[in-house]
Design a protein around this ligand. Sequence first.
Ligand SMILES: [Zn+2]
Length: 417
Amino acid sequence: MVGKQKYQAGDQTLLRQINLSAILNHIRIETPISRAVLAERTGLNKATISNLVNELIDKKFVKELGVKNSGIGRPSSLLVLNPEAGFILSSEIGVDFISVIGTDFSPKILFEVTRKIEPNLDPAIVIEMLISILKKAQNKCTKSVGNNFLGLALGVPGLVDFESGCLLFAPNLQWKDIPLKRILSSEFDAPIFVDNEANLATLGEYFFGNALLYDDVLYLSVGVGLGGGMLREGQLLRGVGGMAGEFGHMTADPNGEICGCGNRGCWETQASQKVLFKYVHEALAKGETSILQESCGHNLDLLNTDLIIDAAKRNDRVALESLKKVGRHLGIGISSLINALNPGIIVLGGILSSAWEILEPEINQELTNRALYWNRESTKVVLGKNGLKSCVMGGIATVYQMILSEPHNNSHIFDNK
Ligand SMILES: [Zn+2]
């Protein structure tokens, strides 16, 4: 009998947790929202909604915005996530930059800095710079919403052991075995998450971007390299070793170029910023002319993606053809992913996604040529919404996911208020 009672008690707690989570998520997605609409969306009765919403207001997760008079029946008060619940910091280390944002719980951005850094700096120097910017962000956010530090996230372009928060290997940084979570834990007193930048960006598009209404999402980040992340029923697919999503390192050409990972002919060697630059160099070496020669002061070491996209938009043949070639290789790989995984939506991010208008027709042409009709028809391919903030917004989303999935367990973070 004791066992049964224990089971029933646990069951009730679990049910309450699930319902609180459902309510918080609906408030997040459809903000501001009334209790009546919440009841409709969740299928819970009005008394239960009222009871659970009161708990969320008590815990400072939710606040009432005011009264909405629809003209029919009693005026209803609208609910939003409470910005003053606390603040979240999120950061990204890229090959040549550090980005940090700080938001309140709504999540309105309170602090935002991107600092260019020299590539190939010593990891200790980069981490020190990151910590210094994060401290500034913490100060700014504390002044705005008080000292409830809800969580800190860091995205890096490499393989991460999510549990320990150790960066195992970042091919484009050439960093190995850096215990990032442990280092940050000695500086900041909050839940800390270190993850692959594309995993974070995937969550970012799911929580705050163009994948908002999809639970099966594949995200591709086309930048210096080609990273990816996948959500299955709203949860990141990590694989048994925690390393899933390395789509860029699928072999696309067994005789292709050597990749940063050491293998030959990875998809990344055909569809990334690196190969875009290579195509431009090759065309110019063949004697083609381009406005890029002038726009980078006849020093091709100064070539960057923005210059190429700008030139392509001005119909520069070298820039346009180079981007189109990358687009075709992206389309070929995406066709295989659609055939294999058939997600609800594929979202394209990373710096090359700024060339979406040029890439999209090439991708679509390859999908028409190569993807199975039924798979293609049921999978949308779209541009990401978060742009260059995709990873840092994903960090905010990671902290959100922790709180929103278990609001009851995470209410301790408000106990010191
Ligand atoms: Zn590779």
